[in-house]
Design a protein around this ligand. Structure first.
Ligand SMILES: NC(=O)c1ccc[n+]([C@@H]2O[C@H](COP(=O)([O-])OP(=O)(O)OC[C@H]3O[C@@H](n4cnc5c(N)ncnc54)[C@H](O)[C@@H]3O)[C@@H](O)[C@H]2O)c1
Length: 315
């Protein structure tokens, strides 16, 4: 038996080069036609080009996920071109931010708005398009490990990602009568594997791990003040091994799992969360696994991107 999304149409929001592009590519490799949304035109173009050079079919769905008219317009364009929508992946979000003592009201509101309104409006209008056509589709909301436990320095992110998890449970109740499923997927600091992003990170002097934060101050644990009363919020020394299987994986690992979750094999899975993290979330806080180099590690990744990898830091 082989998992196939042949004949299905998908929309992925926020198809930037990391997780959104990885999930969009996976859905295409499993056979879906994929509409690629973003506010950044270059991100859409790069995602479409990546899908096409890997043999898939894609279209642009440009627009701000928080703008209801824009959401309705790009969904109408998808329906006009392909006649249906079977899969929605709510992925667009703003990473980074600051802690509760430092976050600004404007940045807090903006981050919550993109996530809350974006996930709601796309679910509402894609859900309606599915229900009106009798399509028993699948919606996946990208959450975060920061939705399940606390990290210092990202108070807005923690707030809206926590909201995603219960949004999914409630929306699952609204959509169940129509046979439409909605689940969250929890990425846990995946290691980017898009060859173009790896090259961009190498140019920026970053290693293969890390998070590029587009348009938000700081990464995880963003900037704080330097008043004399300040206390450090995190361990600054060398980090012990954190992941029982040695790696949290890549956007391709996420893509395989999301594609399966959107397939008919998962027909009764709704209102729940899927995590692919080598056991990181299951781990007790006091338990430190052995270093990755001493572990058997997972079986090799089944690659989705056939683009040749080249250049420094991309091997
Ligand atoms: N990178 C990680 O380590 C990590 C870990 C856990 C969860 N996540 C989640 O995975 C998802 C993708 O993360 P990523 O690292 O690929 O992020 P990213 O910043 O690389 O991509 C997000 C994309 O969303 C787009 N976007 C932002 N606002 C938008 C709007 N209003 N309308 C349409 N598009 C908009 C951006 O232009 C960008 O291309 C997010 O939901 C993030 O919270 C990421």
């Amino acid at each position: 038996m082989e998992i196939s999304l042949d004949g299905k149409v998908a929309l992925v929001t926020g198809c930037g080069p990391n997780i959104g592009s990885g999930v969009a590519l996976a859905l295409a490799r499993y056979g879906a036609k994929v509409a690629c949304n973003d506010v950044e035109e270059p991100a859409i173009k790069a995602c479409i080009a990546r899908i096409e050079r890997n043999g898939g079919e894609a279209m642009a769905a440009p627009g701000d996920v928080t703008d209801e008219q824009a959401v309705q317009a790009y969904l109408a364009a998808v329906l006009e071109r392909w006649g249906r929508i079977d899969i929605l992946v709510n992925n667009a979000a703003l990473l980074g931010g600051r802690g509760v003592l430092d976050e600004s009201a404007a940045d807090f509101e903006r981050a919550v708005r993109v996530s809350a309104l974006g996930y709601f409006l796309n679910t509402k209008h894609a859900g309606r398009a599915m229900a009106e056509r009798g399509i028993r589709g699948s919606i996946v909301c990208i959450s975060s490990s920061n939705a399940w436990s606390g990290t210092a320095g990202i108070i807005a992110y923690a707030f809206h990602k926590g909201g995603v998890n219960n949004f999914v449970r409630a929306a699952a109740m609204d959509l169940a009568p129509y046979g439409i499923r909605i689940n969250s997927f929890t990425p846990t600091a995946p290691n980017p594997d898009n060859p173009e992003l790896l090259a961009e990170m190498a140019r920026a002097g970053m290693g293969p791990g890390g998070v590029l934060t587009h348009g938000r101050p700081g990464g995880l644990g963003g900037p704080t003040g330097d008043e004399p009363w300040r206390r450090p919020s995190r361990w600054a020394g060398q980090r012990p091994p954190m992941v029982p299987m040695g790696t949290t994986g890549t956007p391709s690992d996420i893509g395989h799992a999301v594609a399966w979750l959107c397939s008919d094999y998962a027909r009764l899975i709704t209102g729940t969360d899927l995590v692919v993290d080598g056991g990181a979330r299951a781990k007790n806080f006091a338990y430190m696994p052995a270093p990755a180099g001493e572990l058997a590690g997972p079986v090799p990744l089944i690659e989705l991107d056939e683009t040749p990898r080249a250049g420094p830091g991309t091997g």
